[in-house]
Design a protein around this ligand. Structure first.
Ligand code: ZN
Length: 306
C-alpha cells in the first residue's frame, strides 16, 4: 500500500490484557465521504453526519448479538436532525434533516467548522435492536439523554456514562478539505471510544483520562495513515493494546427498487391515479441515502391495475 492510499474503512474492538477496559476504534473516511457526497452536505453538516455515523458504528461494535443500532439527534439547531444506523453486517447509512447549514464557504474563508452551532440543543436517542428469537423480534432497547454539547463526541460520552453507566471517553472526527476533485470533500474520518468496565481501578481511570486529554485528535491520526489499532496505541500511549476482532464497514442503504414498488403498491387507488394523470412517471427519493428511483408511467399503470 502506497503512502497516498487511504486507510480502508474498518472498526476494531480491542483490549489491554489484565485491565478492565474496552476499546473501540475505527477509520470511516470512505463511508463518511460517500454519505456526504450523496446528501450534498455543507461542511458543518458533513462533520455532524460523519461523527454520528462513526459513533453509531463504534457503539454497534460493543454488542455481539446486536442486529441494528440507530443514533438520532433531534436538535433545536438549524440542522434539525442527524440520524445514523449501523448494523451487524458492518453497513452504515444516515442523513441530516437540513444538509445546507452553516456556510458552504467556511473553508474558503479559513474558518473553523462549528458543529455545536448547527446542532444546538435537544435530545439524543440510541435504539438497539437485537434481532429475532424463535421468529419473534426481541424488544428493542431505547436510551435517551439531552444534548449537552452539540459537538457529537461529547454527547456520545455523556450518553454512555449517564444512560448505560459506563464511564467513557469518546473522540470522533471528520476532516473536510478543499481538494482538486471536490470543494469541501471529506478527506479523513474516524474515532475511538475508551470505556472503563466494572472492576477498573481508580488509578487506571485517572491515568487513562489524563492520557486521553493529551491525545492527538482522531482525524490527525487518520490523516497520518494510521489504522484503528495504531490509533488506540498512539492515543493511549501503550504498546500492549491487542485487537480482539475487526469488521470491515461501508456505506450501504437497505432501500431497493422492489421496496419502492411495494410502497407504491400500498398507496390507495386515488393517489396512484393522480400520479398517472399528471406525470410521465414518478421519482421516489430514499430519505436515508438520497438514491433516486424513477418509476415510469407504464409501471405505475400496472400497479394501479394490480
Ligand atoms: Zn436508501
Amino acid at each position: 500500500m502506497g503512502a497516498s492510499d487511504p486507510v480502508p474503512d474498518q472498526i476494531i474492538h480491542a483490549t489491554i490484557p489484565g485491565e478492565e477496559v474496552r476499546l473501540l476504534a475505527g477509520v470511516t473516511t470512505g463511508l463518511v465521504a460517500e454519505a456526504c457526497r450523496r446528501h450534498g452536505t455543507f461542511p458543518a453538516a458533513s462533520a455532524a453526519l460523519g461523527r454520528t455515523l462513526t459513533g453509531a458504528l463504534l457503539l454497534a461494535m460493543m454488542q455481539k448479538d446486536l442486529e441494528r443500532l440507530t443514533v438520532q439527534f433531534s436538535c433545536t439547531g438549524p440542522i434539525g436532525a442527524v440520524v445514523a444506523t449501523a448494523d451487524a453486517q458492518g453497513r452504515a447509512r444516515g442523513y441530516v434533516k437540513n444538509p445546507h447549514v452553516g456556510s458552504e464557504e467556511t473553508l474558503l474563508r479559513g474558518e473553523k467548522i462549528d458543529v455545536a452551532a448547527v446542532v444546538g440543543g435537544g435530545m439524543m436517542f440510541v435504539r438497539r435492536e437485537l434481532g429475532e428469537e424463535i421468529g419473534l423480534a426481541k424488544q428493542p432497547y431505547v436510551g435517551q439523554v439531552e444534548i449537552v454539547s452539540g459537538e457529537i463526541a461529547e454527547d456520545f460520552a455523556y450518553y454512555l456514562t449517564k444512560s448505560e453507566q459506563i464511564p467513557s471517553g469518546v473522540s470522533l472526527g471528520v476532516y473536510v478539505q478543499n481538494t482538486p476533485e471536490q470543494i469541501a470533500g471529506v478527506v479523513a474520518a474516524g474515532g475511538f471510544i475508551v470505556q472503563l468496565m466494572p472492576g477498573a481501578g481508580d488509578g487506571l481511570a485517572d491515568s487513562l483520562m489524563e492520557v486521553l486529554a493529551a491525545a492527538p485528535h482522531a482525524t490527525e491520526m487518520v490523516r497520518a495513515g494510521m489504522g484503528p489499532l495504531e490509533m488506540l496505541r498512539t492515543a493511549l500511549r501503550r504498546d500492549d493494546i491487542e485487537q480482539v476482532f475487526a469488521r470491515e464497514v461501508r456505506f450501504e442503504c437497505v432501500c431497493s427498487r422492489e421496496q419502492v414498488l411495494g410502497m407504491l403498491a400500498g398507496l390507495d387507488r386515488e393517489t396512484l391515479d393522480e400520479m398517472i394523470a399528471d406525470a410521465r412517471g414518478e421519482e421516489v427519493v430514499c430519505p436515508v441515502c438520497n438514491e433516486k428511483y424513477w418509476i415510469d408511467i407504464d409501471t405505475l399503470r400496472g400497479l394501479a391495475a394490480g
